[in-house]
Ligand binder design. Structure first.
Ligand SMILES: [Zn+2]
Length: 163
């Protein structure tokens, strides 16, 4: 791993008394939180998985695989887009994050796995959360025989008003 990686262990002094640095403390707590969450989901912790999880889990956020790959590369990490994509799909399959189908152009990954819906700004591409309490479905079709509803995805597409 490159020493320039954003969440590299090299960035976080261990066993050394250093002046209080909130950025170092924040990185360290991001690492620790991400490692705990990976373990809770039964995902074996590796440096690469920890880096990707740290980026996504540092705050509630929606990121594409491309954005995460860019963030890793920006920090000097050598990670292929395919690796990032596979890792994110593993995380989603284990319930650590949620994979979103928004507009079919790219996959988005959501660090908030609680039930919720989304606004999607078509111009900027930004996603924002909508509480399930703010949405009410008055009628839904019955699922086919032998099936049950596993979940409902709702994306409310937004555009600027012309006036
Ligand atoms: Zn969300």
């Amino acid at each position: 791993m490159s020493p320039k990686a954003p969440f590299s262990a090299n960035c976080v002094p261990r066993g050394i008394i250093v002046p209080m640095n909130s950025q170092v403390a924040e990185l360290e707590s991001n690492w620790a939180r991400a490692a705990t969450r990976l373990g809770d989901c039964g995902i074996r912790v590796t440096d690469q998985r920890l880096q990707i999880a740290s980026i996504l889990l540092s705050a509630p956020r929606h990121l594409s695989a491309e954005q995460i790959a860019d963030a890793l590369r920006h920090g000097g990490a050598q990670v292929s887009k395919a690796t990032v994509y596979n890792t994110l799909n593993l995380f989603a399959a284990r319930g650590l994050i949620r994979r979103l189908s928004v507009d079919g152009t790219c996959a988005w990954f959501d660090s908030n796995v609680e039930p919720h819906y989304h606004f999607h700004d078509e111009q900027s591409g930004a996603l924002s959360d909508v509480s399930v309490n703010d949405v009410q479905f008055s009628r839904l079709p019955s699922p086919p025989a032998g099936m049950e509803v596993a979940g409902i995805d709702l994306v409310i597409r937004l555009r600027r008003r012309l006036t």
